[in-house]
Design a protein around this ligand. Structure first.
Ligand SMILES: [Zn+2]
Length: 498
């Protein structure tokens, strides 16, 4: 066996094991009886250990060193594999095993403290654990190394090559635009009767309709599946088995419907990586911002467009008697309601980004040392008031609402808003090459857009780092301008703003 063959067969084995771990994880959320929890946790941790040992074996370092002279700069799949593995191998080897074990133990303690403290609205008992999460994260950033900002080192976990300064610039522009627009929308008042969405929507019909739409977008259900979980997600065991989950509420239509379109967007990314990347790390889960751009594109730019409802309204009325007296334009307004609220996961398309910016700014401030963890609840409340005009009555629905910080996941939140921004850049680029996309949606033609996206971005998987992938697929760097144009046009129309 040549070194390249040995290297690729090792990566294929790691990919097989990761796929099996994903099956066990999916089963845990969807099928497993409660009693299976302890054994499953052990099984998953054994698999994680076996995978970690394979990934960090000294032999991987030897193989990389032997392959790099010929492949490190090669514009081929083998070259991309060598570059990605070098990046991950180097990054992993920078954290001493003791530190990793200590951090992960502290993470699970902080997680359970958060889980118990949140319903009691008890920030005080969570505070020392959150402080630890910030301390460990700063130590990790130091061990990884960075030029200008520790946050840059953390971003590598999700979007390697993305810079904190760039995100700050984008968010400053987005905030300066969104806050006044939101004030005008709130002042404009309600335009339709939102209680329509709380009529009866039988769950079987919700499931059938959502799947019909997802398949019309291009979600391949011969290589997919939909189940019910408390927290929706998409997971894949290979590009040919990509599953999604959702949750249903008979008396609130948008939750399951847009949840399915969102997760189907993630799933179509995985289903459309190039077949030749199969059983390599290049095929598994592209970068966070790119991934989120696809879920947001299908959920919001397509599924919340007026043209979408022009095509789907008659079909929706066949599924739901509750929509018999609702026309496409009213439906369009209903599903685009803007309403400042306390909870990020329930936020609408416009205010969602303000929730993200608030988290980004606060985690930056703590990491930079300008804000203490003990001051977070008050700072949270002040920013909520400033950006959204609402103040959380307690910490449970304020600073303690998300699981991310309790697990030490900092630098993850920005990818949600950056995904929104990228989705519009991609949409504009697609439209410049394909013509009027909304006219196509109104005719029920959705798959040509997936085809374009596959060619421009999805097929590459992790072949390129995010800045290069974005540049190649949109022709420019991440930029807020197209997104601001889109928001202005959409919400000025819906709320009759001058
Ligand atoms: Zn998502």
């Amino acid at each position: 066996m040549t070194d390249l063959e040995e290297f690729k067969s090792l990566l294929a084995e790691i990919s097989d094991l990761s796929g099996i771990a994903a099956i066990a994880g999916w089963d845990k959320e969807t099928q497993m009886p409660k009693g299976g929890a302890d054994t499953r946790a052990t099984q998953l941790s054994t698999l994680a250990k076996v995978i970690h040992l394979k990934e960090t074996a000294p032999r991987v370092g030897d193989l990389l060193a032997s392959l790099e002279p010929a492949l490190a700069t090669a514009d081929t799949t083998d070259g991309a594999l060598v570059r990605l593995m070098r990046l991950e191998f180097t990054r992993r080897s920078k954290l001493p095993a003791d530190f990793v074990a200590e951090f992960s133990k502290a993470q699970s303690v902080a997680g359970s403290v958060w889980e118990a403290a949140r319903p009691r609205n008890d920030f005080k008992s969570f505070q020392p654990h959150l402080e630890k999460m910030f301390e460990y994260t700063l130590r990790a950033a130091d061990l990884f190394g960075y030029d200008s900002h520790p946050y840059d080192a953390l971003l590598w976990d999700y979007d390697p090559g993305l810079r904190t300064a760039h995100i700050k610039d984008i968010f400053t522009e987005l905030r300066a635009f969104t806050v006044p627009l939101l004030k005008r929308i709130v002042a404009a008042g309600e335009t339709v009767d939102y209680s329509i969405l709380e009529r009866s929507f039988p769950i079987d019909a919700q499931r059938a309709f959502a799947l019909e739409v997802a398949q019309a977008f291009g979600y391949d259900y011969d290589r997919g599946r939909l189940d019910v979980t408390a927290h929706p997600f998409a997971t894949n065991f290979s590009r040919d088995d990509v599953r999604i989950t959702t949750r249903f509420d008979e008396h609130y239509f948008p939750m399951a419907f847009y949840g399915v379109l969102h997760e189907a967007g993630h799933a179509m990314y995985e289903q459309n990586t190039a077949p030749e990347l199969r059983r390599t790390p290049l095929a598994r889960g592209a970068w966070s911002t790119a991934h989120e751009s696809q879920s947001r594109l299908w959920e919001n730019l397509v599924g919340r467009s007026e043209a979408f409802w022009q095509h789907w309204m008659p079909r929706a009325q066949q599924h739901f008697a509750a929509l018999a007296d609702v026309d496409a334009n009213t439906m369009y307004k209903l599903v685009n309601r803007v309403q400042p609220s306390l909870i990020r996961v329930e936020a609408d398309e416009l205010t969602y980004n303000l929730h993200i910016m608030l988290r980004f700014e606060l985690e930056l401030a703590v990491l930079e040392g300008s804000l203490k963890v003990s001051e977070l609840p008050e700072a949270w409340g002040a920013k909520m008031q400033e950006y959204l005009g609402v103040t959380p009555p307690d910490d449970r629905d304020g600073v303690m609402q998300d699981i991310h910080w309790s697990s030490g996941y900092f630098a993850y939140f920005p990818t949600y808003s950056l995904g929104n921004i990228l989705s519009v850049q991609l949409f504009e680029k697609a439209e410049s090459q394909m013509g009027d996309l909304h006219a196509m949606f109104a005719r029920g033609e959705f798959k040509p857009l997936l085809h374009w996206l596959t060619h421009a971005m999805l097929r590459h998987g992790k072949t390129y780092l995010p800045p290069e992938l974005i540049e190649r697929s949109t022709g420019s760097a991440l930029s807020a301008a197209p997104y601001l144009r889109y928001l202005t046009k959409k919400f000025s129309g819906i709320y009759n703003l001058e």
